[in-house]
Design a protein around this ligand. Structure first.
Ligand SMILES: [Ca+2]
Ligand SMILES: [Ca+2]
Ligand SMILES: [Ca+2]
Ligand SMILES: [Ca+2]
Length: 266
């Protein structure tokens, strides 16, 4: 167990992943609830004691940058595990609608689910090549047309309620997710800002307090995201998701494990 967990924590290239049998499948959820047990959460964050602000952010970048990188095609099966409906192992839960939909209902048609990049992939223009475009910590199943409605909008409060996804609002420059996932969205965005600092061939993603960030590698608004994280702390679904992503790609979202670090850094 110790050995396999250490192996899972090694950086694995895409070619190596493709050449070996994946340790994750779309099978029963038992593996999804059994994280690599050899490294405790406390040990995972060794070296962060007493740090705040930029030193903490930089230390967390060091820690979470050790991970396996998936291909975009592998993301489909991974999301079937990470976002499985706890009440129905045949389904996933869509992020914005909250609907439970069959795992096999993925695709590009109306009312299929597809792969939403919560950090809009145009913000930094990283696309869907392995890297930030395939990082499970911010990829979520969403209804196809709701995903299109969100587009590449920054996050902020306000707007008109979405017809298909009650509790979600949008105007010309921002999207407000439903209350139950406001904190989830915040912690996903803040993870991306910590994880990607211009290394590994990816842009340096950062948060700012603006909307209309367009293709710049920024996402806003950070003051709203910090408030959303406090308003909607991690629940069992989000914590289980973090463990499952850890089992698959070998790194954790620090803000799900230690939500107090949101205000310590941002
Ligand atoms: Ca739809
Ligand atoms: Ca707005
Ligand atoms: Ca939540
Ligand atoms: Ca960054």
């Amino acid at each position: 167990m110790l050995t396999s967990a250490r192996r899972a924590l090694a950086v694995v290239g895409v070619a190596a992943l493709a050449a070996t049998t994946p340790t994750w499948t779309a099978g029963p959820a038992s593996a999804a609830t059994s994280p690599p047990a050899a490294v405790s959460v406390a040990d995972y964050y060794a070296g962060t004691e007493g740090l705040t602000g930029l030193p903490l952010k930089n230390k967390l970048n060091d820690i979470v940058s050790t991970q396996s990188v998936l291909t975009y095609d592998q993301v489909w099966d991974a999301l079937r595990r990470t976002d499985e409906d706890p009440a129905n192992p045949n389904n996933v839960i869509e992020l914005y609608t909250g609907r439970s939909t069959p795992k096999t209902n993925n695709g590009g048609d109306v009312d299929n689910w597809n792969r939403e990049h919560v950090w809009a992939k145009s913000h930094g223009d990283f696309g869907t090549t392995p890297g930030p475009g395939t990082d499970l910590h911010h990829l979520r199943p969403t209804d196809v047309t709701v995903n299109a409605d969100r587009g590449n909008l920054d996050f902020d409060n306000g707007g008109t309620q979405n017809d298909e996804a009650p509790g979600n609002y949008a105007d010309g420059d921002s999207w407000e997710p439903r209350d139950a996932v406001k904190g989830d969205v915040a912690r996903m965005i803040l993870y991306m800002a910590v994880r990607y600092d211009g290394d590994d061939g990816a842009p340096d993603l950062e948060v700012n307090d603006q909307v209309n960030n367009g293709s710049a590698p920024y996402h806003g608004r950070v003051s709203v995201l910090v408030a959303w994280s406090a308003q909607d702390p991690p629940d069992a679904f989000e914590q289980r998701r973090n463990e499952t992503v850890y089992a698959i790609q070998g790194n954790r979202n620090p803000f799900v494990d230690r939500p107090e670090w949101v205000e310590a850094i941002f």
